[in-house]
Design a protein around this ligand. Structure first.
Ligand SMILES: Cc1ncc(C[n+]2csc(CCOP(=O)(O)OP(=O)(O)O)c2C)c(N)n1
Ligand code: SF4
Ligand SMILES: [Mg+2]
Length: 341
């Protein structure tokens, strides 16, 4: 017989109905040294604004640690702790378990406190994957892991990670005159991996803070549902992607609009496309060509037309063959592939 696990109450964070309803209080404020146009810094600001004041934030090494806590200054207004590069999962689980024990022993007031651990793509999709995966199998602790994905090990000068797109120019994959494409692997599918491999994780979502209300409401939903939850955010990074910082917001929108970054959530095993992605899938707005997105970034400046066509064919394949790319079959298409007898 399955063990029934008692999950502690969570804060009931209703979605913000519109941008006008978003509170003006800031819990991630001035004092950081991220680059101009850094979308990951925006993610931190919106993440903790969505969560509210009764929140503990834990962050693994990376730009969002180093640039946010330099020389005894910090932009965090809520309690914050640094954790080692690969240990956002362990830190989240440990903090949630510690709070639970303190409250059970009467050493702290019983109240729901949000525990959010963030990690970069290097820290989350590569180095800390094991700890995150283990944490997602503990249904009796309330915590959120937010992976902010700038598609490189940005803080140490833009080395490629398992989340770097095919062909991108990084300090580990600089195009040369003999060999143009130096990175041949397709981006790792973290949200799909978390959703499919961890039935104890009740909520997984992809977000991009160019759609801020959507991103904040996904965070509020994750924290309200409780148990271990996971959100993957795509964050344009002017330094690593090589573009003028003024374009950050637009690039995030383009990533969604060209279909390279589908927005979806998996709640209790049920998949739902969200935001612009849903509108594209419903045929309400067209999916833009991926070249519109790639050619805005210096990291793809060496692409030939053949490279762009190949990239487009991979995105098309994601959209026609998979609903969560690479993991969950797209039902509409499966039906077409296998017509009823
Ligand atoms: C175990 C370990 N290896 C290497 C480093 C050096 N290091 C510090 S930050 C960083 C980059 C992390 O990349 P990511 O998690 O993607 O975060 P980003 O810097 O892109 O925000 C690296 C490799 C470290 N701190 N710890
Ligand atoms: S390198 Fe990228 S992620 Fe790091 S602070 Fe600069 S813009 Fe932000
Ligand atoms: Mg990174």
């Amino acid at each position: 017989m399955a063990t029934i696990v008692q999950i502690d109450p969570t804060q009931q964070l209703d979605p913000f109905k519109s941008v006008k309803k978003i509170p003006t209080h800031e819990f991630f404020t001035s004092g950081h040294r991220t680059c101009q146009g850094c979308e990951s810094a925006l993610v931190m600001k919106m993440m903790v604004k969505a969560a509210g004041p009764r929140t503990i934030v834990l962050g693994s090494t990376g730009c969002m640690y180093v640039a946010n806590t330099t020389y005894y200054s910090t932009s965090w207004v809520v309690p914050w702790m640094h954790t080692q590069l690969g240990s956002s999962g362990s830190a989240a689980l440990g903090a949630a378990a510690g709070l639970k024990a303190q409250m059970r022993k009467g050493k702290m007031k019983q109240e729901p406190i949000n525990v959010i651990a963030f990690c970069g793509d290097g820290g989350g999709a590569d180095m800390g994957l094991g700890a995150i995966s283990a944490t997602m199998t503990h249904p009796d602790y309330n915590l959120l892991i937010l992976l902010y994905d700038n598609e490189s090990y940005a803080n140490t000068d833009i080395q490629l990670s398992g989340s770097t797109p095919w062909g991108a120019n990084t300090t580990f994959s600089t195009p040369g005159s003999v060999k143009r494409i130096m990175h041949h692997r397709w981006k790792k599918n973290m949200a799909g991996l978390m959703a499919v491999g961890h039935p104890t994780c009740r909520y997984v979502a992809t977000i991009c803070m160019s759609y801020g209300l959507h991103g904040m409401n996904s965070i509020r939903k994750a924290l309200t549902i409780g148990g271990p939850t996971f959100i993957h955010s795509l964050d344009p990074c002017p330094k690593g992607w090589d573009y003028d910082p003024i374009q950050s917001h637009e690039l995030g929108e383009l990533a969604v609009q060209c279909g390279i970054w589908p927005l979806y959530e998996v709640e209790d095993g049920k998949l739902r496309l969200t935001g612009r992605t849903q509108q594209i899938a419903d045929g309400k707005i067209p999916r833009k060509p991926v070249r519109d997105y790639l050619l805005r970034q210096g990291r793809f400046a060496h692409f030939t037309n053949d490279d762009l066509d190949y990239f487009q064919s991979k995105i098309d394949q994601m959209w026609t063959k998979w609903l969560i790319p690479g993991v969950i079959p797209f039902e509409k298409d499966l039906a077409a592939d296998n017509p009823p007898a």
